[in-house]
Design a protein around this ligand. Structure first.
Ligand code: MN
Length: 258
């Protein structure tokens, strides 16, 4: 098995290399990741400028590693389409520093990279630890290696896209693993205003909240001290569109007529 590892915290972030070190015990590992932090860029792809790639000295020996002057999604597209074409079996993005829960999945660069793996026909997962300091990265690395082994053995469907989050707890304090759905309305956006002496500026502040108290959500699972695994898909269409939409559309078309 050959695993492509990427992230959105930048190629030299320790979470990526702790993951690589653990994965090396069970597979061949290659790294293609952004040359700098690219958190919150979601699935963004660079189409209007060239992508520069640099071979970098790996922090774990015998791992081929490339940094990309681009987004996490760019990195995966480059890896799967060029650098390691036809050579990768699984895409893992992480270990991210900080949670990727609820609606935040839509802007997460960590998830954005995994989405690209999935869209290119590979099993893929994003893995994050739900805190920003003093991380228990070792648990996440161990879990990622176990998941990779399970996926390789066919224990899960191959067209799988998972969003994995761990609470920042020692393994003995983690209660279990829950299959979850994304919590809705999981954050607030506030706009702070300031002045730099020359011009006014705005600062967007995103804060996680938990309004969705359903026990099946990812945020609930994490708050209760569980690992959350959310199976994702990429089709945003609302399957539950009300039947009234049919007549609504024919009426709308009527009104559009001259
Ligand atoms: Mn990040």
């Amino acid at each position: 098995m050959k695993i492509l590892v990427t992230n959105d915290d930048g190629i030299f972030y320790q979470g990526l290399w702790i993951l690589v070190k653990e994965l090396k015990n069970i597979a061949e590992v290659v790294v293609v990741a952004p040359d700098r932090e690219q958190s919150a860029v979601g699935t963004a792809v660079t189409l209007h400028q060239p992508l520069r790639v640099q071979s970098v000295r790996p922090l774990v020996s015998e791992v081929e590693a490339y940094s990309v002057e681009g987004t996490p999604a760019d990195s995966v597209i480059l890896a799967l389409g060029k650098l390691f074409k036809n050579k990768v079996d699984l895409v893992i993005s992480g270990i991210n520093q900080g949670p990727n829960l609820g609606d935040d999945v839509l802007i997460s660069g960590t998830v954005g990279a995994a989405v690209q793996g999935y869209l290119h026909g590979f099993p893929a997962f994003a893995i994050s630890v739900a805190t920003v300091d003093s991380l228990h990265l070792d648990n996440a690395a161990k879990l990622a290696a176990l998941l990779a082994k399970k996926i390789d053995s066919g224990a899960l469907p191959m067209n799988i896209l998972l969003n994995v989050n761990l609470p920042n707890l020692p393994l003995t304090k983690i209660k279990g693993i829950k299959i979850t759905r994304l919590a809705s309305r999981s954050h607030t956006d506030t706009v702070e205003e300031g002045h730099d002496g020359v011009r006014k500026y705005y600062w967007l502040v995103r804060q996680g909240i938990n309004k969705d108290k359903d026990e099946r959500t990812d945020i609930w699972a994490i708050e209760q001290g569980n690992i959350s695994i959310t199976p994702l898909h990429t089709n945003l269409s609302d399957k539950s569109s009300p039947p009234i939409m049919d007549s609504f559309c024919s009426d709308l078309f009527q009104e559009l007529q001259p």
